[in-house]
Design a protein around this ligand. Structure first.
Ligand SMILES: [Zn+2]
Length: 432
């Protein structure tokens, strides 16, 4: 059976839904209608009267909730979705930063971004920050932006380039010209950030990039608290330079000192927590349990589809798991039992919706459901990805490609068991 969906521009009413309003009180409304006119929610209530010609959707038994927000995803890497499922952070750095990321052409960035943008909208993630750190030239940036504009969602291009210092590329006339042409004054469907990291280089050369951000009036997003890569030194440079401004995003914030966490909290910063990433890759233990002690607001992110998906529900579940596992483990070490959880399901829904909206300064605009999306050309996205993969595989060669996808498993110990195995267990182990 085919049911025609609402046409673009047609008002839509969702009837009798369970509505997660995600207002300040996190109110949940049962048997409630939501009327959407144009691109805004016009009314929320029971038994709503609606304009003639409104599309009716029976949402009984379903949930209506705000669109989700991802505050940090390297969308260009979706071109190699799933390739690094077994990587550590070190393998990721060697692959993308040292060896292969630099062969991405503008069309490869376009292909990755296009599929990632479709993946976001399809997963109900209506706002995504594209932490685009492979922009070796402004041609790459044009391609990244073209892809974001081709998909009906809200995106933020966080412009970055790991192959040069931020103080080099952010200060060029080409960078300034690109920003002015493609972003300046373009409204809130497509926004801009500057993306770079602070490993604590002596002399703080990144200051020049912070000054550009300040001049353009755009926020900075930075991977902070990444084990053995970005630590307190970078935070101290930012703080001492007066660049820890409200709305700055500190991605991961997983392995910092108490002093750095206090600085982030006191200056109005936000943590973008990528729980699946931190648990797998090794930036530090996923930090929500720690961040709440310092009063640092949290948004959620998926980091990269090289390991994970663009699904913020996965991020919410992973965050509950990591936070609660930490609490239980710490209690058990002290011989205690946790009888009540601190982090609640509604808290992670907040992180994944309003938390992201606040992080991006969009909380008066979003945190609300978007409907009436027009169709996207999935076939075109698929064929763009296929050409990119063909090119990358040819450049790597088959052996290198396989090696990158299947890193070696290190030696690991199996303990000697002091007991004698039962015969049936021995037989079973031998058959394994
Ligand atoms: Zn990242």
């Amino acid at each position: 059976m085919t049911v025609a969906g609402p046409q673009p521009g047609q008002p839509v009413v969702f009837r009798n839904a369970t509505v997660l309003t995600m207002d300040d009180a996190h109110s949940v409304l049962n048997d409630t209608d939501v009327l959407v006119v144009g691109d805004q929610i016009a009314a929320v209530g029971a038994g709503l009267a609606v304009p003639d010609g409104t599309a009716e959707i029976d949402a009984a038994g379903g949930i209506v909730m705000p669109g989700m927000v991802d505050t940090h995803r390297h969308m260009w890497q979706t071109a190699m979705r799933g390739y690094g499922a077994d990587w550590t952070l070190t393998q990721y750095f060697v692959y993308y930063y040292l060896n292969w990321g630099k062969i991405f052409r503008p069309q490869d960035v376009y292909a990755g971004n296009l599929l990632a943008a479709i993946e976001s909208v399809d997963a109900g993630v209506t706002t995504t920050v594209d932490w685009s750190h492979g922009l070796r030239t402004t041609d790459h940036a044009e391609a990244a932006t073209d892809a974001l504009e081709a998909v009906p969602g809200r995106f933020v291009l966080a412009y970055g380039n790991i192959y040069a210092g931020a103080w080099e590329w952010a200060t060029t006339p080409e960078f300034r010209d690109f920003y002015t042409r493609r972003f300046d004054g373009k409204g809130d469907m497509l926004r801009f950030q500057i993306a770079f990291d602070l490993p604590g280089i002596e002399g703080f050369p990144e200051q020049a990039a912070f000054e550009v951000a300040r001049e353009l009036g755009v926020p900075v997003t930075t991977h902070a608290g990444v084990w053995a890569v970005t630590g307190d030194a970078g935070i101290n440079q930012m703080y001492d330079g007066g660049f820890m401004t409200p709305g700055t995003t500190y991605v991961h914030s997983a392995s910092l000192s108490p002093d750095s966490y206090h600085k982030i909290a006191a200056t109005g910063g936000f943590a973008s927590v990528s729980t699946e990433s931190e648990c797998n890759a090794g930036q530090g233990y996923s930090p929500t349990w720690r961040l709440r002690k310092y009063g640092i607001p949290v948004s959620l992110s998926q980091d990269t589809s090289v390991w994970w998906s663009g699904d913020i529900f996965s991020a919410m579940r992973a965050t509950l798991n990591a936070d609660r596992a930490k609490e239980h483990d710490e209690a058990h070490d002290k011989g205690e039992t946790v009888t009540n959880h601190i982090l609640r399901a509604e808290d992670v829904v907040d992180y994944g919706t309003r938390g992201g909206a606040r992080n991006l300064g969009l909380d008066s605009v979003i945190g609300s459901v978007e409907v009436g999306k027009v169709g996207v050309d999935l076939a075109a996205a698929r064929s763009a990805i296929e050409s990119t993969l063909e090119y990358l595989q040819a450049e790597h060669g088959p052996e290198e490609w396989e090696k990158g996808m299947h890193p070696e498993i290190p030696e690991h110990e199996t303990l000697n068991n002091p007991y004698t195995y039962r015969d049936d267990v021995s037989a079973w182990k031998e058959s394994e």
